[in-house]
Each structure stands twice: as structure tokens, then as C-alpha cells.
Ligand binder design. Structure first.
Ligand code: NDP
Length: 449
């Protein structure tokens, strides 16, 4: 029976990072993954989504190019070409992941794993033992129960659609719904969004959510807030979506993006006493340890901050502690994130509401303007930038943006926040001209209602 210093269950971003960094520090590591390496991010999430986003953005860029003197006639989208090109690139990335693990002598088992006891796993036909076991099995789309649930698709399915639909209803008001509404709208699909809350993007700064909603409406996306899908019926001409308090309509596809659930089924966790919380996620302490001594968990299966770079960093912190002789904990403050919608949103630090709860004197700096990229022409889009500052210490608590390149711009500002930058530091920084990003260092007057 093979024995490992560390056995990782799940070959997604977190699991692979953890396996690789532990092996690099000298541990003997095995990893079980029943599907292709790379997990949600590479195979059904961040990576293919970003390619579709580029394709979608190209439509807007073509439109903008006309106002910059270009003649753009007869541009059409070949969905099959795009879809198959993306899948080919994903297979290339799967190969890179294989190679990375091979390079560090991590043995990969292409099978699901199940606990027999706290140190023994059944992996396919083999049994293995390990001193430490890391669970990094990620999450899967969650669809609530309603009549006709079997007719709807989830984010996993959109990358393999046979045909580009003419119309799509997208249910949910979070990251995934936001991104796919923009992506498919840009690709020419008529989009209607159904959101159960009165506002989009709960947890994000309210100004950003409102701004993004207004921009998406301007672009022609229909958004129905404060309503729920009652049922979905299959008809000869498509899927009829019947909502509470709005007209029923027919769509080619109905996409549910109503959150994700941790993948814990089939691992045998209850039998060995690994505790789950009420949401079904594995409970861990600040060192990623579960309720069982030698069993750990990272990433979406713990449902803390479900972002690829967070899972990767959790995996690396674990490796450093267990095989590098360090004493580290993961710092979850000031983690930047982006929503790759059109326009995109980037954010780091506290929202205005969070800051007002924690600090006595909060000062807001805010600007809304037409980005230079679109100044000559046809794309009617506004950028929003906002700084949240502690008026007493002068520390910048939050940096937020909706506008072109928001995700790229915010990464650098995340470093500034991590380093404890003050508004005076921002003011002393010379801008890059002409750019949108320079607005963050040239806002002088506090915003007043
Ligand atoms: P989110 O948690 O972001 O949003 C879920 C949405 O679905 C919310 O609007 C929620 O409404 C709504 N919802 C939940 N249950 C129901 C229901 N029964 N009926 C109707 N609406 C419902 O989940 P996503 O699926 O969009 O994304 C999952 C996670 O994946 C994100 O949290 C994020 O961490 C990660 N992700 C990150 C991306 C990035 O970094 N760019 C991209 C995509 C995903 P309410 O607000 O009222 O609860």
C-alpha cells in the first residue's frame, strides 16, 4: 500500500498548488482527481469564461472602432469556432497541469477518493495511507427546486452549447449571472435577468451595483429585480419561464446562476467525523485544519472566499506550515476581486457601508466620467471610481471601480491597501496620463450628497 506525507483530494487550483508547493518542499505527495486537472477554474470557470468575455468584448470594440474611423462590415460570430477553440486551449492547460505535477514527482490518481479511516483512502481500486490529507474538492452549481428544473442549464453547461441561443433568461444576481449576462449579450443573445433581491451583487458596494445595473440596462439587457422563477415549461418554441409578478416569456435557454454548493458527497466525511457547517461546507480553523487532526481543507469546499487565488494561497500557506517549518495564517483582508462583465467591476477593501459600521468618520471620494476610449463615439458607457477613506487615520479603506480594465487597475491598488496606504499617499502619487487609473490619485474633493 502506497504511503504519502500528504495526499490531496481534488486537482483544481487549490489542490494542485498545495500538492506542488508541498512536493517542492520535499514532501512525498499523491493527488486524486477523477476528472481533468485544473478544476472549475480551468475547465468550467475563470479561464473559459475569460475567453468568451474577450469574444464578447470584441463586438463592442468593433462598434467603437467605427467611431475611430474603421469600416467594419459583415462581422459575424462563429460560435462553434469560438467554443472549440476555447476547449482546445483548455486541453493545452490540462497538459501543463499534468506536467507541473509530474515535474515535482506528485503521483496523480485519475479516480475519486473516499475515506476508509482518518489516514486511509480508497482511490479507485487502490488503498493508500497518508500522514496528512488535504480536501480540495471545490464546489458545484446550486439550482433551487421548482417545477421544470430539469430544463435549465448551469454555468458548467454554457461552454459546450451546441448552438448560440437567440434568447436567454439568466437567474441570479451574483458574479456568475453578472458575467454571463454581459458575455452572451455581447455575443448577440437577447438577455433577460431575473433577480430575487431588490438589488444586484449583494455584498458589493451599493454604488457599484447600481452603476453596473444602469450600464447593463443602457446596453439593452432587461433586468427584473425582486422576482423569483415559479416554474419553467418546455414548449415547442422554447422554454417558457413563469415568474412571480411578471409576464411569462419564452427563451431558447434558461441559465441558473444561483450560487454554488461545496462538493462533499461521496467522501465519507460523516463516518470519520469531519464536521460540516449549516451550509454543508467543511469547517476549518485558521490553519485549514478540520475537526479531525490530520485532515485539512482549502478552497470552495470550505465556502469562505470562493476565489481561485484564495484557494491557491491557502494551499501554499498550508505547505509552508507543514513542510517549510513556518507559522503562517492566511490573511483574508484586502483581497481584491473583479467581475468580468461589461463594463467590468474591480474592488478591494471595505465597501462604504462596511466602513461606516466600523469607523466614526468615513470620507468618500467619487467620480463618474465617460472613458476616453469611448469619447468619440457610439458606446454610451460611464466609468465610476470610488475611494473609501478613514477620516481620522487618513487610511484608504476601499478602492472600487466599474469601467474598462477595472480588474487590471485594481490589482496594483490592492498592493497599496495591503501596505496601509493613506489618502495623502494617493495624493502624492503622480498619475499616468491619459488614463482612467489616474483618477484614483487625482480625486481631491470629498463627495457630498
Ligand atoms: P453568488 O453567491 O455570487 O450569487 C448567487 C446569486 O443567486 C445571488 O444573487 C443570490 O441572491 C441568488 N440566489 C441564491 N439562491 C437563489 C434562489 N433560490 N432563487 C433565486 N436566486 C437565488 O453566486 P454565483 O453562482 O454567481 O458565484 C459563485 C461564486 O463563484 C461567487 O461567490 C464567487 O466567489 C465565485 N466566482 C468568482 C468569479 C470572479 O472572481 N470573477 C466569477 C464567477 C464566480 P441573494 O443575493 O438574494 O442571496
Amino acid at each position: 500500500m502506497a504511503h504519502y506525507d500528504l495526499f490531496v483530494i481534488g486537482g483544481g487550483s487549490g489542490g494542485v498548488a498545495c500538492a506542488r508547493s508541498s512536493a517542492a518542499l520535499g514532501a512525498k505527495v499523491g493527488l486524486a482527481e477523477g476528472e481533468r486537472l485544473g478544476g472549475t477554474c480551468v475547465n468550467r470557470g475563470c479561464v473559459p469564461k475569460k475567453f468568451l468575455m474577450y469574444a464578447s468584448l470584441a463586438a463592442e470594440d468593433l462598434c467603437n472602432a467605427v467611431s475611430l474611423g474603421w469600416t467594419c462590415r459583415d462581422a459575424t460570430l462563429d460560435w462553434a469556432e469560438l467554443r472549440d477553440g476555447v476547449q482546445a486551449e483548455l486541453r493545452r492547460l490540462n497538459g501543463i497541469y499534468d506536467g507541473l505535477l509530474e515535474k515535482f514527482n506528485v503521483r496523480v490518481y485519475q479516480d475519486a477518493a473516499r475515506f476508509l479511516d482518518a489516514r486511509t483512502l480508497q482511490v479507485g481500486n487502490e488503498q493508500i495511507t497518508a500522514d496528512r490529507i488535504m480536501i480540495a474538492t471545490g464546489g458545484s452549481p446550486f439550482v433551487p427546486d421548482f417545477p421544470g428544473k430539469e430544463h435549465v442549464i448551469v454555468s458548467d453547461d454554457v461552454f459546450l452549447l451546441e448552438e448560440l441561443p437567440r434568447s436567454m433568461a439568466i437567474v441570479g444576481g451574483g458574479y456568475i449571472a453578472q458575467e454571463f449576462a454581459s458575455i452572451f449579450h455581447g455575443l448577440g443573445v437577447k438577455i433577460t435577468r431575473v433577480v430575487r433581491s431588490a438589488r444586484l451583487l449583494r455584498g458589493f458596494d451599493a454604488d457599484l451595483a447600481e452603476h453596473l445595473l444602469a450600464e447593463q440596462v443602457k446596453k439593452g439587457i432587461t433586468i427584473r429585480c425582486a422576482t423569483n422563477v415559479d416554474r419553467v415549461e418546455k414548449k415547442a418554441d422554447g422554454l417558457r419561464v413563469i415568474c412571480e409578478e411578471c409576464d411569462s416569456r419564452i427563451f431558447d435557454q434558461v441559465l441558473f446562476a444561483t450560487g454554488r454548493k461545496p462538493n462533499t458527497a461521496g467522501l465519507g466525511l460523516a463516518e470519520i467525523g469531519v464536521a460540516l457547517n449549516d451550509a454543508g461546507a467543511i469547517e476549518v480553523d485558521e490553519r485549514m485544519q478540520t475537526s479531525v487532526d490530520n485532515i485539512y481543507a482549502i478552497g470552495d469546499v470550505t465556502d469562505r472566499m470562493n476565489l481561485t487565488p484564495v484557494a491557491i494561497n491557502e494551499g501554499r500557506v498550508f505547505s509552508a506550515n507543514h513542510f517549510g517549518g513556518e507559522e503562517r495564517t492566511m490573511d483574508y483582508s484586502n483581497i481584491p476581486t473583479a467581475i468580468f462583465s461589461q463594463p467590468p467591476l474591480g474592488t478591494v477593501g471595505l465597501t462604504e457601508a462596511q466602513a461606516r459600521e466600523r469607523f466614526d468618520r468615513v470620507v468618500i471620494f467619487k467620480t463618474v466620467f465617460r472613458p476616453m476610449k469611448y469619447a468619440l463615439g457610439r458606446v454610451d458607457e460611464k466609468t465610476l471610481m470610488k475611494l473609501v477613506v478613514d477620516g481620522d487615520s487618513d487610511r484608504v479603506l476601499g478602492v472600487h471601480m466599474v469601467g474598462p480594465d477595472a480588474g487590471e487597475i485594481l490589482q496594483g491598488f490592492a498592493v497599496a491597501l495591503k501596505a496601509g496606504a493613506t489618502k495623502t499617499d494617493f495624493d502624492r502619487t503622480v498619475g499616468i496620463h491619459p488614463s482612467s487609473a489616474e483618477e484614483f490619485v487625482t480625486m481631491r474633493e470629498p463627495f457630498t450628497e
